[in-house]
Design a protein around this ligand. Structure first.
Ligand SMILES: CC(=O)N[C@@H]1[C@@H](OP(=O)(O)OP(=O)(O)OC[C@H]2O[C@@H](n3ccc(=O)[nH]c3=O)[C@H](O)[C@@H]2O)O[C@H](CO)[C@@H](O)[C@@H]1O
Length: 372
């Protein structure tokens, strides 16, 4: 019996979270095996996720260098992945989302004539520059992908509009919901930052287009909110990116109820989200996870590629202007009816079985192509 060799590429924290269920699903199939390959884009944030889900990488391309440009990073990832693909010759490669790692991985696979499967395909803002460079990374990846695993009907529609064949698109739900449900089925960790019994708002910010002035306006809003609501803790796991860390530490240190903490391991973070009164963030994954937990999100961006959660009223775009953030947060904290509507709006990103659907479709097509 042929044993199908599938390679999964992972560069950053969100890719590790979203591909962990896919790797597990591949490993559960008797005639398939999985090689996990890291690019090393977020080494420190990825390893704890691999440990949490019991995963081991077979190779790390180690792409990161100090102060390198996006071009240099992409070139290093492309060359490193190409060398691994030449030696390993997998039957198909899977990559997720919109990072430089997925762009380099899809292109490297194309050059080696190995079919590429794009997980979380079809997210679009319609603005090629926002978010930068992710919107272009995912559009380019779609050009070379053989399979587009779309999380929602809206993502499928976006792919059809760009001319991708319907037969190559499958709506699966987002694998982040698989990962979230798996973590919440594990025992709750005892030592969570929000365990002191005080209500708290969770805040994360890291998007490149929010570095600089937008981040300063966001910190202004958080200081105003912390002063206005002293009974609430404002908990910020600070992203390791130096542009984020510098501004956050400079403008938010030294306030009694603003708690700057290190990034929280995913196994803890899911529970931290679940216990939050609300979440302010520019993160993509959190916009998907929080509605499944019934926690309202105010999105610190002007656009989102996740309009489904905004359309049903689970999330709201507040942008990055200080007043709008303060006002949006005030409304949610003080208007119980608005809060209840957002918290009970529902979860549009899947049922926790996305990974199974992806692996079933992919292996089905590979087996069928062998018979032909
Ligand atoms: C433009 C855009 O939207 N792109 C997204 C982007 O990523 P993102 O914006 O979702 O990235 P982050 O916010 O860094 O990660 C989020 C994850 O991290 C968990 N988390 C967070 C803080 C913490 O302290 N501990 C944690 O565990 C959290 O629960 C969540 O699951 O790239 C992905 C890859 O291609 C894409 O899929 C995805 O479209």
């Amino acid at each position: 019996m042929k044993r199908w060799h599938l390679a999964v590429l992972v560069g950053t924290r969100p890719e590790a979270i979203k591909m962990a269920p896919v790797i597990r699903a591949i490993e559960a199939v008797p005639d398939a095996r999985c090689s996990l390959v890291l690019t090393g884009q977020h080494r420190d944030l990825v390893q704890p996720i691999l440990d949490l889900f019991g995963l081991h990488a077979v190779h790390d391309v180690q792409v990161m260098r100090e102060h390198q440009s996006l071009g240099a990073l992409t070139a290093r990832a492309l060359a490193g992945l190409d060398a691994w693909l030449e030696a390993a010759q997998p039957d198909a490669v899977l990559g997720q989302g919109d990072t430089v790692s997925v762009l380099a991985g899809s292109l490297a696979s194309f050059f080696r004539r190995i079919p590429f499967a794009h997980v979380e395909a079809g997210l679009r803002t319609q603005n090629p520059l926002l978010p930068f460079p992710e919107e272009m990374n995912r559009r380019l990846t779609a050009q070379v992908a053989r399979w587009h695993f779309a999380p929602t009907e809206g993502a499928r529609t976006a792919l059809l509009r760009e001319g991708h064949p319907a037969a190559h698109i499958e709506v699966t739900g987002n694998t982040v919901i698989d990962a979230l449900l798996e973590v919440l089925a594990m025992p709750r960790p005892a030592d969570l930052p929000g365990d002191e019994g005080r209500p708290y708002v969770l805040v994360t910010v890291h998007r490149r287009e929010n570095h600089g002035d937008a981040l300063i306006r966001i910190t202004d809003a958080l200081r105003a909110l912390a002063a206005r609501y002293p009974e609430i803790d404002w908990i910020l796991p600070v992203h390791p990116n130096p542009s984020v860390r510098g501004a956050v530490q400079r403008f938010l240190s030294g306030f009694a109820n603003i708690r700057l903490i290190e990034p929280v391991p995913y196994g803890h973070f899911c529970w931290l989200m679940r216990g939050a009164r609300l979440i302010l963030c520019d993160s993509g994954g959190i916009q998907e996870e929080a509605p499944a937990l019934g926690v309202p999100v105010l999105v610190l961006r002007d656009e989102t590629e996740r309009p489904e959660a905004v359309a049903i009223g689970a999330n709201r775009l507040v942008g990055t202007m200080t007043e709008a953030i303060v006002e949006g947060t005030r409304a949610l904290l003080e208007d119980d009816a608005l809060y209840a509507r957002m918290a009970s709006a529902g979860s549009p990103f899947g049922d926790g079985h996305a990974a199974e659907r992806i692996v079933t479709r992919l292996l089905g097509d590979l087996r069928a192509s062998e018979r032909r």
